[in-house]
Design a binder for this molecule. Structure first.
Ligand code: GLY
Length: 260
């Protein structure tokens, strides 16, 4: 079944105060950012997803990056406990929005987990051990998902914020990866497509079956995705990227509803 619902959130006017880990702070053009985010939503709608756009959270600068607040699977949703203290309050509204579509379970302290660290490949989940997701968070996720027949494996990443900065699914058993940010041997059995060297951050891609949403900033990797047989929908993502967000960060994708 294809994804049919995306949850997004309007950008906060305080995004200039966002968390930054590997990037220097530069001025964000908020008008342009708003248009880029609107175009992102429009592409999701063009790809026939219903979009539930949550209202902006004025006091939470990173709240546009809804992906970090939850891990959504067909059977349930796991509300995360984000690694950055400033982002913890983002989860309440996401839990409310998801509760009409999924049974909702939670990562508890002292576990930390960012959804951006969680890569789903069939019944196998890979979780980045990052500055945001700790071993306790990974183990809690494994315990929650074990009864649902999912396996969870921790993965080492280096030099980037989240696992999905370095690797994302482009097929049921295929990944787009940036090899200098992780060791590909950690993904035994998966087919690998490599990003163009020098296009740092190009491994982050939203996959909707044979369609992908992908930043204009990485033209050579876009050619590789097209060569792989995917339809690439490019968008200017410059202002969201300044806040250290990738294209996956701005949506939570659902297939159907498993409540009621
Ligand atoms: N600004 C995105 C994050 O650090 O969580």
């Amino acid at each position: 079944m294809k994804y049919n619902l995306a949850i997004t959130r309007s950008p906060s006017a305080t995004m200039a105060n966002c968390e930054l880990t590997h990037l220097d702070r530069v001025q964000i053009d908020m008008g342009l950012l708003s248009r880029q985010h609107a175009r992102y939503v429009e592409i999701l709608e063009e790809l026939e997803l219903e979009v539930l756009e949550l209202p902006a959270e004025p006091t939470l600068p990173d709240a546009v990056f809804v992906e970090d607040a939850a891990v959504v699977l067909d059977e349930l949703a796991v509300i995360t406990r984000p690694g950055a203290e400033s982002r913890r309050a983002e989860t309440a509204s996401i839990a409310r929005a998801l509760s009409t579509h999924r049974r909702v379970l939670h990562i508890e302290a002292p576990g930390t987990l960012d959804g951006g660290d969680v890569l789903v490949l069939g019944r196998q989940l890979y979780v980045g051990r990052s500055t945001r997701s700790n071993q306790e968070g990974i183990e809690q996720l494994a315990r929650i998902l074990s009864p649902f027949n999912y396996s969870v494996a921790g993965v080492e990443v280096r030099g980037c914020l989240h696992l999905k900065s370095a690797a994302c699914a482009i097929g049921d058993d295929a990944l787009l990866i940036q090899e200098d940010w992780l060791d590909p041997k950690q993904f035994q059995g998966a087919r690998l497509l490599h990003t163009q060297p020098g296009e740092d951050g190009a491994a982050n891609v939203v996959r909707l079956d044979r369609d992908v949403i992908f930043p204009l900033a990485f033209p050579r990797t876009a050619e590789r995705l097209e060569g792989y047989g995917l339809r690439v929908h490019q968008l200017d993502y410059s202002e969201l990227a300044k806040a250290e967000g990738g294209v996956t960060c701005c949506s939570l994708l659902l297939r159907g509803s498993t409540i009621g």
